[in-house]
Ligand binder design. Structure first.
Ligand code: DX5
Ligand code: ZN
Length: 224
């Protein structure tokens, strides 16, 4: 029996921001389930990308749910603006705020779904008090801040642990992984319990995006 589903959230960061609308179209037409938008503030991570205005401007260009990954310090300051701009999922980093509960509450009150992300050095146990309250847990499989980095295999264990806790305790969160995901590691991640793959570089490198996602699913399910 296999009623599991693997969803894809291609990251615009892997494309060209100067052609954001066209890249969003590429993602929409690929059969993906979400579009992953990486907000970076130059503090939590060195790079700066965009904020609420960009998200608001992009919103009418695609029907896909915006999966917004906030790599910013004090995300509580930005949550209302990002929600109002049209985010469907807002994920904040556990490491970025002293008020993670308040952030989750703010996201839920905005009508968006709430996610919490952990950097490679943060253990799953840090999230234990939050597991019953969040809709998504994002496991960073590289250090946050840049596309095109090498996948860290030790992170697969975190996905497995989150899947086990979900089973044992009856939690409802979905597990997302982000960073360095490719044909080489999607099988391991899916087997560990992954629900959503955020993919930048390998997605945009593929000449045919539709068959790329089909092949990823095949690799995940072991049919390829
Ligand atoms: C990195 C971002 C990712 C990035 C992934 O910090 O959070 O979403 O776009 O890109 P790849 O797949 O190239 O690692
Ligand atoms: Zn991301």
């Amino acid at each position: 029996m296999n009623d599991r589903n693997l969803l894809f959230s291609p990251s615009l960061l892997g494309g060209n921001y100067s052609r954001a609308k066209e890249e969003a179209d590429v993602i929409s037409q690929s059969g993906a389930d979400y579009i992953h938008l990486d907000v970076m503030d130059g503090h939590f991570v060195p790079e700066i990308t965009f904020g609420a205005k960009f998200i608001r401007d992009l919103r009418p260009e695609t029907d896909l749910v915006f999966d917004v990954h906030m790599m910013v310090e004090r995300p509580e300051d930005m949550i209302p603006g990002i929600a109002e701009a049209g985010a469907g999922i807002i994920t904040v980093h556990y490491e970025a705020t002293g008020h993670i509960y308040r952030c989750i509450d703010m996201i839920k009150e905005s009508g968006a779904e709430a996610g919490v992300a952990i950097c490679p050095g943060t253990p799953v146990s840090a999230l234990e008090p939050l597991l019953g309250t969040v809709d998504y847990i994002l496991v960073m499989t590289v250090s946050p801040g840049w596309g095109g980095q090498r996948f860290i295999p030790a992170m697969v264990r975190k996905v497995k642990e989150l899947d086990r806790l979900r089973d044992e305790e009856g939690y409802a969160y979905r597990i997302e992984a982000d960073g360095g995901i490719s044909m080489e590691n999607i099988g391991l991640l899916y087997k560990a319990g992954l629900d959503i793959a955020a993919i930048g570089t390998s997605f945009f490198r593929a000449a045919d995006k539709i068959s790329f996602l089909e092949d990823m699913l095949g690799r995940a399910e072991g049919t390829l």
